[in-house]
Design a protein around this ligand. Sequence first.
Ligand code: 5GP
Length: 207
Amino acid sequence: MSKGKLVVLSGFSGAGKGTVVKQLIEKYGYSLSVSATTRAPREGEVDGREYYFKTTDEFLSLVDYNGFIEWTKYVDNYYGTPRKFVEDELAAGNTVILEIEVKGAQNIKEQYPDAVLIFITTKDAVTLRERLKKRGTETDEVIGKRISRASEESAYMNNYDYIVINDDLEECINNVQSIIISDKFKISNSNDFITEIQKGLAEEASK
Ligand code: 5GP
């Protein structure tokens, strides 16, 4: 059975990463890994859909049991990617999307060198601030904090394989999908196929 692909999507808060992920799942049927977190649910969030909401004790005991393929502390809360779901989906040959922050992405690349790391961003910093303002859900102080965090996160952008600008949503989704598809045709992902065809050709040639 062919092994599945891990796709890591990260991006600044306000870059529209959540919408991109949602539409990729709906349009192309990719598997989305639901993370565990110790942060409180926001309005409208459902346990098991946006996150598995855990107490700190529950989370840390999952860490002890090797229940996460990666985990980190972000702002004041823990976030982790459950191991079993990801491993089962990959074994079944599925493409799994992880929507995680920059340190988690780096950790995944170390463990899964074939993972595709994609960074979603606005075209510039001013647009990012405007988008955060437009949401209307955050105070100026919170917006300022998010921009400072984005500035820190930008130091990790070079670790990604691809950067996609989310100016036009449709175009952004098409570009991410193109990257996922192209990756499937990489020579480094085709070693088993090449071995098979070489074997077949050697057999045919000896007839
Ligand atoms: P939020 O609290 O806004 O939902 O998420 C905060 C940040 O944590 C976002 O950048 C999100 O992508 C990231 N995040 C969510 N789940 C995980 C996870 O399992 N691992 C890591 N490393 N980051 C995560």
